[in-house]
Ligand binder design. Sequence first.
Ligand code: PEP
Ligand code: MG
Length: 755
Amino acid sequence: MPSAPGGPRLLLRRLREIMAEPVGAQDRLDKIVVLIAANMVAEVCSVYVLRGDGVLELFATEGLKREAVHLTTMRAGEGLVGLIASTAEPLALSDAQSHPAFSYKPETGEEIYHGFLGVPLLRAGNTLGVLVVQNRTYRIYTEEEIEALEITAMVLAELVATGELQALAPVETGSALRRAVSQRGVSLSDGVGLGHVVLHEPRVVVKNLIAENIDAELQRLEEAIGEVRASIDELIERGDVAHHGEHREVLETFRMFAHDQGWLRRMREAVTSGLTAEAAVERVQSDNRARMLRQTDPYLRERLHDLDDLANRMLHRLVGRDMVSERASLPDNAILVARSMGPAALLDYDRSRLRGLVLEEGGPTSHIAIVARALGLPAVGEVANATSLADPGDAIIVDGSVGDVQIRPTSDVEAAYAEKARLRARRQEQYRKLRDLPSVTKDDVAVKLQLNAGLLVDLPHLEETGAEGVGLFRTELQFMVAERMPTASEQQALYSAAFAEAGDLPITFRTLDIGGDKILPYMQSIEEENPALGWRAIRIGLDRPGLLRVQLRALLKAAAGRPLKIMFPMIATCDEFIRAKEIVEREKAHLSRHDHVLPADLKLGAMLEVPSLLFQLREICAVADFISVGSNDLMQFLFAIDRENRRVANRFDPLSAPMLRALRQVAEEAQKAGCVATVCGEIGGRPLEAMALIGLGFRSLSMSPASIGPVKAMLLELNASQVGSFIHEELEHAGSGDSLRPQLMRFAETHGIPI
Ligand code: PEP
Ligand code: MG
């Protein structure tokens, strides 16, 4: 059996010489195919280049008929060459003609060849063409030969990418095989955005492929491995591993991979065969990416992803670029694509140029999702392989309403989404017209609609939507987007600015709701088996009153004589509320002693999120000025469904009888006690759910800015007493766990209520 006499090292050296020769593009390519054929001991060597129109064209050949050059073409997916281009995987066959994908091109004269080995020309994960060698014999190509041809293909890919071949082709070359890709993820933030891809962490493109000095390259590779290992050790030791989604488990896996002997050996071998250190990393990364795309087991795919990340870290080190993007030069209509991103990083970008966000990670309740919603930025998370599939500058569409992402959409798809975006804009325009109408039902029942907020970027929505104030100001957001714990004066400055922005409208500040899923990157996280049921929110506030006191003082000072509303999260017993209230009283007394102006009117409320409070309603209404139902957590605890776990999060309907009965009790007890009851969880912002809440007796709802319009449109057509009778009647007859959604939907339809 023939074998490559020179090995890839010699071949690469000769290739470098040919690349440097002052000859034309066609001559260079012709020399290269002759060289490769000789080196691989093959009768044929051919290069097919992918054109901008998606067609593969024969650009050079040694062994096939010369007249076929620039004549023979095939579509991606057509024949063996097309198959290699579309799968981006090598194909080795001892008898090419018996393969079902074989397509005969008479002008080439290839019918006499049986042995076939083809590899894709890959650059930064994209296919730019195909390199093929063929033999008359039924040759079985060895692993080493396949590897040698793949390494050679890297160099050719670089030649294609430089654009030198452009002069030889009627249409653009050098564009990768980039089909339209449609991915379904999960919706993080509503809205439709059309624009172009900006990678949050730009990919490194390796240009220097062939080693001049192999020992020196081996040395560089070892140094980069050492540095990456050290940086991972350091991250783990520092303990602030929640930063940028680098959870401990991921880092531990990283550490394991960084010591993986198979991975290291393959990179070292690639350098020994003549590649530079960075080219060797990319070479092994390409294989890994191909495996990743084939892998269907989500756990293994995730691990391959980790390996991909590790390779990226190595590349950034070797090519000497920091892993940050050029945020200053963000183009218009930018759609950010990232594996994961911290909320602070998103806020660093120029919002006016951003049209959307696509993440490979990030669930609907992640911090980044909260910030994206605050910015009104359409966002989709859990989009598999988004950073590998999308190239900078590619057209891309983010549909946050359903969780779809279209990469390089075809023109009809693009037109359909543009229409959808226009329709949405028109609907928004209609909602804007409702802005100044009083928020009352047809039977003259006033329902207060307020906003959920947490960052200053949220507050202009007050003006836009005509909301009657901020019903929930999530103060933890300032802490979550900061690099370190905000100081007392920074907290006060934010609250003062919020007051200033809100003008005469009231704001209900919620004290720090951290713990559980809300992790502060700079705070030592404690290991808990069940963080949702763990040391969080008011529990931290009462056990470590220092933090709570600082915040309360900042709030009292920022109010500077204006009315102030404060509420406490995750209250489980009346006693907890009373203790929190005592801390407020102490702070008030302290400020009075120091001649500070106290708020004109101070109202203290309890969030109802823990079911135990449902059984202390009379008592809590007697001591609290108001109650705010956090339905997100109440649902979680009432039905024992982790709100972060997609397997179970939507298992039960908030419009089911148990939840509605619990809410009815809250509304009734609060009304009896003369205590205001608001709903500030997600359900308050969905028109059908909001309709049910009004029916149950709630007269105050707080929601995300985008929900104000649809909820107001609903209630303007609603008769509150009618829906009240309807829902009470339905609840009498509902089975224990039945959802009332279908009945409520029918009620809305028959009464012409827009949902
Ligand atoms: C809730 O639990 O419904 C709520 C409003 O609080 P958060 O979503 O911030 O936990
Ligand atoms: Mg909550």
